[in-house]
Ligand binder design. Structure first.
Ligand code: ADP
Ligand code: NA
Length: 332
């Protein structure tokens, strides 16, 4: 039996968005101090699968750390660290590159989306990324991974790698990790196109709410958010073929910690002129205390670095024996 243990991470590939907050960080905070040991990571080695300016990467890495801390990830309750500071991630990532099959990688839809027509010119790391992600998770024998829906296929691949390793070496060493994908925020879409996810690296800043946006920016972005002209429906079923409207209701529900049904009950038949300012106010209420604490932390990088260094030590205490055993099983 494996210790109930959560692992998850966020890439420092740009500023944190409301999607990262609602789909990841807020849920990470909720899972602390409960039935699971919780391990949260700034996955900086994943960020460099696409070009990162070194100075920007340093800032973004501290911003993600500050986002975790400011939103309530407690370094006393959770292990919080930077991936590159625990070399076992890269080591197990290589071992898993030798377990995973090229055909499995070829099926990854996120790679196809990110590489587009240019699949020959992207980095080898972008292609192999799911093997490193499997290592991130299995280096801690994590049993549960809270992620957004975009990561479901990669967690399934992690299960395939664990199963093939266990089968090939006739061991029962790696667990079958469960993705935890739930709640209205599992897919926060961008504000221009209700079918594309809100992302740090989206085309335009108007498409996303950043965790560091001020109240004016948040109000302006929600005001400009694309919707169809119809008012909010009388029941949630009325959101079915209205992706932009559904997205804004999802965001409201996630911010208020209520169901979509409860949102629709309150705003049935309301126009956007009423709903959008209420949504903006709710977002500001949630984000303002977090962003001001993020700014305070980012003004004190030595403090962030100290917390992350301690977390890396604790991460190594858990992962060193697991990595050593994996090497041993393979005959090193
Ligand atoms: P991004 O896509 O913004 O670069 P990451 O790849 O670093 O984010 O993902 C970090 C975590 O945040 C993952 O668990 C991912 O599923 C979640 N996440 C990212 N964007 C969204 C979104 N728009 N909606 C829900 N969850 C998201
Ligand atoms: Na992602």
């Amino acid at each position: 039996a494996f210790t109930p243990r959560v692992f998850s991470g966020i890439k420092p590939s740009g500023g944190l968005t409301l999607g990262n907050y609602l789909g990841a960080i807020k849920r990470f905070v909720d899972m602390q101090g409960g039935d699971f040991e919780t391990i949260y990571c700034v996955v900086d080695m994943h960020a460099v699968t696409v070009w990162q300016d070194p100075a920007d990467l340093r800032v973004a890495t501290r911003e993600v750390a500050a986002g975790y801390l400011a939103a309530g990830v407690d370094p006393e309750k959770s292990v919080l660290f930077n991936q590159s500071r625990v070399t076992g991630h890269a080591e197990l990532g290589w071992l898993f590159s030798c377990v995973a099959r090229v055909g499995w990688m070829n099926r990854m839809t996120q790679f196809k989306d990110k590489a587009g027509k240019n699949a020959e010119a992207v980095s080898l790391g972008l292609y192999a990324y799911p093997a490193l992600m499997a290592a991130d998770i299995l280096l801690y024998h994590a049993t549960h991974v809270p992620v957004g829906e975009d990561q479901k296929q990669h967690v399934e691949l992690t299960r395939d790698i664990a199963a093939k390793f266990n089968h090939d070496y006739k061991v029962d060493f790696f667990p079958q990790t469960n993705p935890v994908i739930e709640g209205p925020a599992m897919r926060v879409m961008n504000l221009r196109d209700g079918t594309k996810k809100m992302s740090k690296s989206g085309e335009s800043d108007m498409e996303r709410i950043n965790m560091l946006d001020d109240a004016d920016a948040i109000a302006k972005k929600f005001k400009k958010a694309r919707t169809d002209p119809a008012p909010l429906p009388e029941t949630v079923e009325g959101l079915a073929d209205r992706p932009e409207a559904r997205n804004l209701v999802n965001i409201y529900a996630a911010l208020a910690d209520i169901t979509n049904e409860a949102v629709i009950e309150e705003y049935a038949g309301a126009g956007w002129g009423r709903f959008k300012p209420a949504l903006a106010e709710l977002a500001v209420e949630n984000l303002a205390p977090i962003s001001s604490e993020m700014k305070r932390l980012m003004d004190d990088p030595a403090e962030i670095d100290r917390i992350m260094a301690r977390g890396a030590e604790r991460a190594r205490e858990i992962s060193d024996p697991i990595l050593a055993k994996a090497y041993d099983i393979m005959g090193f």
